[in-house]
Every structure is written in structure tokens, then in C-alpha cells.
Design a protein around this ligand. Sequence first.
Ligand code: F6R
Length: 368
Amino acid sequence: EKGGYEWFMLKEMDEQPQAVADTLLGRHSQTGQLQLDEMRLSDDELREVDRIVIIACGTASYAGLVAKYAIEHWTRIPCEVELASEFRYRDPILDKSTLVVAISQSGETMDTLMAIRYARQQKARVLSICNTNGSTIPRESDAVIYTHAGPEVAVASTKGFLSQVVACYLLALYLAQVKGTKYGDEIASILAEIDRVPAGIQRLLDEGDQVRKLAADLSGSRSILFLGRHVGYPVALEGALKLKELAYIHAEGFAAGELKHGPIALVEDGLPVFVVVPPKGRDQLQEKTISSIQEIRARGARTIVLAEDGDDDVVPYADHLIRLPKVPTLLQPLVATVPLQIFATEFADQLGHDVDQPRNLAKSVTVE
Ligand code: F6R
């Protein structure tokens, strides 16, 4: 039941700190040793993996895009992400050293199911990341990591997404442990950072009023853009998808670096644009993102900037500033997604839409 909430989606967003904690629960020791009980692939089989192909649909595919950055960085195994509906129709090259990772909240998505059947016929090993115990996709996989987020009723995925990202990190770190690309103490320190994430999510939920007010202010908009770089790019895609699904308005996510290759032509006076700013660090990601904000603002965009605590360089360019708790770059999607979920929910609510059951959509898509 809804437990006093107006929408299941609000309840499920509020459950996210617990969902993330439950995905981590019992899977690592203080020293960083990971234990994945449902990992039915042996360490020897995993050591043979020389390529990872993630397949999923919709929001789950964005969890996969986030995972690609972490998998390649921590394990040095090449990783690609593909929409399940495209994957098997292009004659993909697979063999038994390819690990296919299927991500699905429901475990019943037909496109994803058909893709893993195809992958297994080609002798690839299939690991699924799934929230629904005993559903078809994990039953047909060689191994499974359950996300333990609890049932997700609202059609639009929220806690499902965050727990998928966490499960992908656990998989990446497990592979790093087995392959020896990271030492135990490094893995332990990354896990300690992930353990702190639920508190950060809770803070953003507690501060939701600011985002709800913004959604009410902008609820007359017919188009909203989302920009991100690095792992902020899939966050932008997810923010846009949530708004399309729930509010039925035009919303698009872009890689900030792609702006000048086309999308900047869309920017006009008053257009709201969300920008996810990466933490300051190597690679100048933060500085490059700020220059994108300057470019769109100079063309009249109304900028809504998500930046971590203490990042003051963004302040002059933000019409609205949403503060994020400090986390390492790779973990930022786990916090940055939350205000975007709150925004889409409130925006749809303002328009009088059914937040839990958006038009034309179903919770599990069991047709191709
Ligand atoms: C978006 C959403 C969908 C699902 C997609 C995959 O909010 O809910 O895009 O993420 O249909 O569903 P699963 O994860 O059940 O395979």
C-alpha cells in the first residue's frame, strides 16, 4: 500500500536510501572483501572475461551507461552498452569470454529476455542484475545479482535505477577483486564511500521542497533540456526520460560536450536547462562543464545547476542552484538523479497527471 503517500512513486523515491543500503547489505566485509552469493560463475570463469556487453532498456540502460565508466575504470575490461532492442539484430560478435550483463528491474522485459537468449546461443555468459526474485531473466541467466530494492509499483523507475547502479558497482568491484586490478584496501575505500551514499540521498529528499518549488515555477514550460558530462551524461538522459514519461513534455538529455555539434541551436530565451556539474578533479570536467553553462546562458537559457557542496565557481552562472553532497565522481549519479526525480514528479503532479500510471506506459513491457 501507499503508506500515506499520494503516489507510489513518492514512496519509492523516499525508500531509496534503504534500497541502496539493502543492495549493499551483507555483500562486503569491512576489509572490502566482496561476497556475491548468487554469483554462479566461478572466479576462473570470470578471469576469462575479456569484454563486457551490457544490455537493457530505458532507465535500466542508463544504469548500464553509468556502469560502463566504473567497470572500465576499475577493471580495465572493455565494456559497451547497448539497447536490448537493437542488440541482437545487428549480428553482434560474442563468444564464451564475453560477459553479457542484462539489467532489468522487472526481470520480464521481452526485449532484454530475447537479447540474453540470443547471447547464450552464441555461447556468451550471461549475468543479470534484477530486482524481481525468480523472474524470467534471472532464471535464464548463468548468474544473477539481485538488487533487493523491494517491489517497485510506480511505472517510472526510481529506486530500481539507483539500486541497479549500486549492483553494477558491486559487480565491477568484484571483477576488480577477482582480476586483481584493484587491491583490497582500494576496494574497501570505494565501498566505504558507497556506504555513505544513503545519507546523501536522504539529505536530498529532505531538501526536496526547493526542487518542488522550482517545478511549480517551471510547470508552464513546453521543453526542458538536460546536460551532463562523463557519468553526468546518463544522469541527464534519465532526468529527461522521467520528465517525458510523467509530464508528457519535450525533454532531452545531451552530453555537454556535444552542445556545439548541434543541440545549442535549440537554446532560446528562457529555455530551462539542467546541468549536472562533475566534482572538481583531474580531467577538467568541472571547468569544461562550467564553460558549457556560460555558453547556453549567453544565449538566454535559464540554467538549473546541480553542483556539489563548496563548488562556488558555478554560482555566477546558475539561475537556480541545487547542491549535491560531495561524493567521488563515479558515484555522483547516485545523488544527482534524486532531484531530477523529484522535479519530474512534482511537474507532472502540477499538471494533474497520474504520476504512477503515465499514459501509454506499462510497468513491464512483455512484448517486443
Ligand atoms: C523508466 C522505466 C522504463 C524501464 C524499462 C526497462 O522510468 O521505467 O524505461 O526502465 O522499461 O524495464 P526493466 O528494468 O523492468 O527491464
